[in-house]
Design a protein around this ligand. Structure first.
Ligand code: AMP
Length: 537
């Protein structure tokens, strides 16, 4: 027997319309390449409807795709809704990936329209020769701020939405329809796509925006720092409007002074960012004596934050740290540390250091190498798995890659211990990737680039701990017989092939790398060499 509730689909247009009706005047603030825009949810919804109308008049609809290569701005926010609201999906390409990976992810989805902003025009020009399907570039800028560019078929976003009607009625969609696509950088090879549905996105936003996680309300103002291309900005474009929070989007600008100014001037209450940003901000706050205004909690994740940072925010500024764990495949944050508002002392600090507990809708477990569940005893480490209403069940157009176990759990590649009360502690990473300042550095890509130098026979890249960036890459290379090259020369060679910020500070040359039975370099052994001082970072 079915219940008799209305069968009203969980779609993103309902989220934006809820905000437009109930939180119409709540500010939506955006900075983009010197353009400052102050708008609200009423206007955001109206402009998203105009965009949806214009795009559907062009024939975009069910099963369609468009892409964005852009920073967080009000137009990018509108794009999520305008595109998904007509049954198409938005691929938010990550401008921080290696250029060939950006081009790969854009080509993989085979769409014809790419939305860019003035700060990604140069990058787009650079990858243009690699783009196989894109025919049109929509620049998200005001008409009088359109940048000069060599790109073909460029139009202004404002001209596009001008063609649309703000009275556009959202079509009724199946809630399982795809709404957005984000790519993860895997352990080896090319990035893999997580294709999110309306249902998963709405449910995840509902749960993770609520108590024991983001605990949002219309009293909050969120500084939207996580890129919309990272787990769709950790969910901010969705639970922000859903809970009526003010949104402040800084565009590309990530300099501490500017961001700190926003926190104070815009009355930010919730600050989400990777630990590096919070550590810089702390230092800046202490040096300038500016304080943190209304900021009362910060969300951090992507990598574990240092205890010192958590303590300083709490003791000196009364700001609590909520530490979240999540990955592209979990849609938004999946687990959140929390302490009672009244808890204090070392116990509360210790709780903030853990990865916390799952928000409703996501379950976690650890298993051994044979996929047998392990005890939640606070000491046994195992492979972390997750399942739930919005956890990835497959990768986009990659049926050959298993994302989940035979019994329906998604394997995360993280190694964890779980307490009897289900608190998660990430203890290691099974995947050979480096996370520096919250962004992935792909070791296979750098190894491949190093081996392109005629003097290099083999190369391995491993993560070394770093006080500011959490991890930095170290390159260990074997040279060909009689070949010579200095670390600086190798770095110079790499500079043309990989993003600048990937360049390894530490490079070691060894006569031979340790290999396992299948011929794979044993990175565990390299890490041991590092600990033993056999190689130095
Ligand atoms: P991504 O798919 O790029 O979002 O990266 C997800 C991965 O980042 C996870 O599988 C972890 O390895 C790492 N990660 C995310 N959050 C945390 C955290 N709070 N502590 C430690 N590692 C984390």
């Amino acid at each position: 027997m079915h219940g008799l509730n209305q069968d009203y689909p969980l779609t993103l247009s309902t989220v934006l319309e809820h905000a437009a009706v109930n939180f119409a005047d709540v500010p939506v603030v955006s900075f983009s390449h010197g353009e400052e825009t102050r708008t609200d949810y009423r206007s955001t919804a109206a402009r998203a409807r105009r965009l949806a109308c214009a795009l559907s008049a062009e024939g975009l609809g069910a099963d369609g795709f468009v892409g964005s290569l852009a920073w967080n701005t009000h137009r990018h926010l509108e794009l999520f809704y305008g595109v998904s609201g007509i049954g198409a999906a938005l691929h938010t390409a990550n401008p921080r990936l290696a250029p060939e990976h950006i081009a790969y992810t854009i080509n993989f989805s085979a769409y014809r329209t790419l939305f860019i902003d003035p700060d990604t025009v140069a990058l787009t020009e650079r990858i243009l020769p690699e783009l196989q399907h894109v025919e049109r570039f929509v620049v998200m800028a005001a008409r009088d701020r359109m940048p000069a560019t060599a790109l073909p078929n460029v139009i202004c976003y404002e001209d596009l939405i001008d063609a649309g009607d703000e009275a556009f009625a959202w079509p009724v969609l199946d809630e399982r329809t795809a709404c957005a696509l984000c790519f993860t950088s895997g352990t080896t090879g090319v990035p893999k796509g997580a294709l999110y549905s309306h249902r998963g996105t709405v449910l995840s936003a509902l749960s993770t925006g609520g108590g024991n996680a983001w605990a949002l309300s219309a009293d909050d103002a969120i500084l939207a720092l996580p890129g919309f291309f990272h787990c769709n900005g950790w969910g901010i474009p969705f639970f922000g409007p859903m809970y009526g929070a003010k949104l402040v989007m800084p565009g590309r600008r990530m300099d501490t002074e500017f961001l700190h100014g926003l926190i104070v001037d815009e009355g930010i209450t919730v600050g989400p960012a990777v630990p590096t940003i919070w550590m810089d901000m702390l230092e800046h706050g202490h040096r300038t004596g500016l304080g943190f205004g209304r900021l009362n909690r910060l969300f951090t994740g992507g990598t574990a934050p240092p205890a010192k940072m958590i303590e300083a925010y709490w003791h000196d500024h009364d700001v609590r740290t909520h530490h979240a764990w999540g990955m592209t495949e979990t849609t938004h944050g999946a687990t959140f540390s929390f302490t009672s508002r009244y808890a204090g002392g070392d116990e509360a600090i210790a709780a903030m250091r853990t990865q916390g507990k799952p928000a409703y809708g996501n379950e976690i477990r650890i298993v051994d190498d044979e996929s047998r569940p392990l005890p939640r005893d606070g000491k046994t480490p195992g492979h972390l798995q997750s399942r739930g209403h919005w956890i990835a069940g497959a990768y986009f157009r990659r049926p050959e890659v298993d994302v989940q176990s035979a019994d329906g759990w998604m394997t995360t590649g993280d190694v964890a211990v779980i307490d009897p009360d289900n608190t998660l502690h990430i203890v290691d990473r099974a995947k050979d990737v480096i996370k520096s300042g919250g962004e992935w550095i792909s070791s296979p890509a750098m190894e491949e680039a190093a081996c392109r130098h005629p003097a290099v026979q083999e190369a391995a890249v491993l993560a070394v701990p770093h006080p500011r960036w959490q991890e930095r890459p170290m390159l260990v290379a074997v040279l060909r017989t009689n070949a010579t090259i200095t670390a600086d020369e190798l770095r110079e060679h790499l500079a043309g092939l990989i993003p600048k910020w990937w360049l390894p500070e530490a490079i070691a040359f060894v006569p031979e790398l340790p290999h396992g039975p299948t011929g794979k370099v044993q990175k565990d052994m390299l890490r041991q060499w590092l600990r033993d001082g056999k190689i130095a970072a």
